[in-house]
Design a protein. Sequence first.
Length: 156
Amino acid sequence: MKRMVPWSVGISGVAVVLAVQLGGSIAGMSSAEAANKDKGQPAAAASATPAEGQKADGKKEEKIVYTFEDEQKMQEFTKLWQQRQGIVLRMTVLKSYWDEEQVALTQLNNKLAADYKLDSTKNYFLDGQRRVIIERDTPPAMTPAPAPSTPATPNP
């Protein structure tokens, strides 16, 4: 069950990449033609002009945020978007692994505390010959050195 999260995330990431690629194949059409193709309507039906900001079916019109000058610019965007989606996908998979490891670490710390009375914030050493656990001093926290003061300038 724990390993299903990365797989489901991976599969959904592939679906996103495919959607971007398939979206690029109909990008040569106008948005009205693409919408009509999805609905199975001829392109002539797009010539009817609904009220401004409204579609014929009463829904709000889609907001176009960028229009590509040519196919090359659109392909450049597609590559960038796919790179972005790949990064988001990898980060999501890494986060799911991180979360799984955090849960496993918490369970181990709880077991060590319950069974062996160990505090996970402390340092321990196992002496195998004597069969004992020895608590070691925790090294002092690293503190940054104070900033050097400005040297005194001699008075002329």
